[in-house]
Design a protein around this ligand. Structure first.
Ligand SMILES: *Cc1c(COP(=O)(O)O)cnc(C)c1O
Length: 388
């Protein structure tokens, strides 16, 4: 019962008898909590992580969310942050000190890269970025001072996977901790904790909240890991979620399974259409039989979700821009995971006059499929291709 998805989303963590049997929980918009006597105040302070004392540590609305998110990931506990980046930074910082070394998959989320490559470098922590499509590259990069292996499978632009079980085995052999950014799959379509990963992060701004109206992040793991992060990075850096945003996320979570299913179904149809289109050079989608790691994707993910990227046959950035501007149902924007279809062309990263030597192909466009009808989105593609 406890790990039944409907029970988790509808009931787990909701102590309705505490608030007039209200179906929807209240937003405990209070920074502070008071006590009848000194003894009760002392008891609460001794377990600041789980008893309302001060909202930076524990807030009852946020506590409901923690229980649901942990159960969704199959983890013992979870912490909720003000952004996905705050969750990632807290998790990574909790595992390293000056002189340590981290191995991270190449091309992680941009701000994860900057955390490792710039911020942590200032404090004497070095990182190596490896091609994660072969787990052996993690092992080859192990040093005596390696403490942490970081995964993001798949990533959110080109979708390369890591063989999660293989990387976990390497980590265990060398006494390293593993953290994975599981944002692409959501907790429904990939279960890293079951595969032995120590800590799982999500940008909850994407699927978990799912309505493009808050920025938030989550971190899941064992009680021991969560306590360690709570007592240090969580409380000292203080990147907590506000009670009102936690409430919005509880509301967003109620529909997670149907949102994920809708998005995955529509994306499969759109990808199948694009893969046979003569003006498409290549589509990157983990559950396409053309994807180089299709077998691994099928093995460790339940489904692929609403993000994919494609290279179109174009002669110039100007032509890519014409195509993107012609799409009517896709909003030009970053992020993803909400109700609305989105488009992020890599050429926004490049000067349109000077793009000979770019890391990501200039004709690569990332798409997110929202709740629109597949036929309508395909029709929109059809008319945009005609503008090329
Ligand atoms: C958006 C994103 C993040 C960062 O999350 P924020 O909530 O924007 O801070 C991290 N990882 C991935 C894969 C993302 O897409």
């Amino acid at each position: 019962m406890k790990d039944n998805i409907n029970y988790i989303l509808n009931h787990l963590g909701e102590e309705r008898e505490q608030y007039y049997q209200a179906v929807a929980p209240p937003i405990f918009q209070s920074s502070n909590f008071t006590f009848k006597d000194v003894a009760k105040m002392r008891t609460s302070l001794q377990d600041e992580m789980n008893t309302p004392f001060y909202t930076r540590g524990c807030n009852p609305t946020v506590a409901i969310l923690r229980k649901k998110v942990a159960a969704l990931e199959g983890a013992e506990d979870a912490l909720i942050f003000s952004s996905g980046s705050a969750a990632i930074a807290a998790a990574v910082l909790s595992q390293v000190k000056q002189g340590d070394h981290i191995i991270c998959v190449a091309k992680p989320y941009g701000w994860t890269f900057k955390l490792l490559d710039r911020l942590l470098k200032r404090f004497g922590v070095e990182s190596t970025f490896v091609d994660g499509t072969d787990a052996a590259n993690y092992e080859a990069a192990i040093q005596e001072n390696t403490k942490l292996l970081f995964l993001e499978s798949p990533n959110s632009i080109t979708f390369e996977l890591q063989d999660i079980k293989a990387v976990v085995a390497i980590a265990k052999k060398h006494n390293c901790v593993t953290i994975i950014d599981n944002s692409y799959c959501s907790p429904l379509y990939q279960k890293p904790i079951e595969m032995g990963v120590d800590m799982v992060t999500h940008s909850a701004s994407k699927y978990l909240n799912g309505h493009s109206d808050i920025v938030a992040g989550v971190l899941c793991g064992s009680q021991a890991f969560m306590k360690q992060v709570f007592e240090s990075e969580y409380m000292t850096l203080g990147g907590i979620i506000a009670p009102n945003d936690a409430w919005l996320m509880i509301r967003g979570l109620r529909t997670l399974p149907m949102r994920m299913e809708r998005v995955a179904n529509t994306t499969e149809k759109v990808v199948a259409y694009l893969e046979q289109h003569p003006k498409v050079e290549r589509v990157n989608y983990p559950f396409s039989p053309n994807f180089p790691q299709y077998e691994l994707a099928k093995k460790q993910m339940k489904r692929a979700t609403g993000l994919f990227s494609m290279q179109i046959k174009a002669d110039s950035i100007a032509e890519v821009e014409t195509f993107c501007n012609a799409l009517q149902l896709f909003l030009l924007a970053c992020s993803w995971g909400g109700h609305e279809s989105l488009i992020f062309p890599m050429c926004v990263l490049y000067d349109s006059q000077n793009y000979g030597n770019t890391t990501l192909p200039w004709n690569l466009i990332r798409f997110y499929i929202g709740f629109e009808e597949a036929e309508d989105l395909i029709g929109d593609f059809e008319q945009a291709f005609e503008c090329l």
